[in-house]
Design a protein around this ligand. Sequence first.
Ligand SMILES: Cc1cc2nc3c(=O)[nH]c(=O)nc-3n(C[C@H](O)[C@H](O)[C@H](O)COP(=O)(O)OP(=O)(O)OC[C@H]3O[C@@H](n4cnc5c(N)ncnc54)[C@H](O)[C@@H]3O)c2cc1C
Length: 267
Amino acid sequence: MDLHTVVEVVSPAAVGQWRPGDAWLAGGTALFAEPQTDVTRLLDLVAAGWTPITVHGHGLEIAATCTVADLAGYAGAEHFTAFHELATACCRAFLASFKIWNVATVGGNLCAALPAGPMIALTAALDGECLIFGPDGERRLSVTRFVTGDGATALAAGELLRSITLPAAALTGRTAFRQGSLFAHGRSAVLLIGRRDGAGLVLTVTAATVRPFQLSFAEVPDAGELAAAVRATIPDDAYVDDVHGLPAWRRHLTARYAEEIRAELAG
Ligand SMILES: Cc1cc2nc3c(=O)[nH]c(=O)nc-3n(C[C@H](O)[C@H](O)[C@H](O)COP(=O)(O)OP(=O)(O)OC[C@H]3O[C@@H](n4cnc5c(N)ncnc54)[C@H](O)[C@@H]3O)c2cc1C
């Protein structure tokens, strides 16, 4: 939709330019989907031309402006098998047309902070760390702490998400993925990712909950331990209640998928 209150677009934008009434613009697929009556100026990040994906010795750095299409088509760093498996699954969980895939960005997905954000699931499950630029310098925050609620992030006014770094140690282990929706091609109502971490297990819960929850175990737990840990970690009021599923159903599927993942990765 047209944003009638916007009178200026700054392209490319830089962090020091932010003032009240501004909004960072990435792909625009969430920003232009709803009225933004407080926004008078857009600061275009895509025009900054950041390299979408960079391989470092310590892992992969995904620019905030990397599109879902860039991510889905990325064939480099073949040895990061866990990344490739999960990137494919999470891009497929992004139930949108190729038009959306070509412009929607990874950073925009994290910053929109919708519970069903598949890029949140991917980067949280792989221990992603956000690099945040702000008027007072830069800081780093894990993805699990960056997304704080349904539509809410840890970004302060004037701050932008520059990139997400996935550490190499998280990119090679075995993984398991489960996604549930009310109908075959529906938006994710529950999305769980499991990852073996040495002798241990890391389980990340998204979509069912208003923000990502992560459970880490030094060794693979038994079924009872896992079920108890899920109940203890995720409070009942953290389960999403909207047209894509009732909280009780999401809680039930979370427990079921958690056990399926445990059993799959225990072998
Ligand atoms: C048909 C359709 C299907 C969709 N399906 C899904 C889905 O399955 N799951 C889902 O989560 N979303 C879905 N969306 C919503 C949206 O497309 C995604 O969340 C997308 O990833 C947003 O990215 P974007 O680059 O378009 O962000 P934008 O719309 O440009 O920005 C979104 C918000 O984040 C802010 N922002 C963007 N980048 C930055 C940055 N680097 N730093 C600071 N702030 C920033 C913007 O100011 C804005 O508030 C869908 C949308 C459509 C139209």
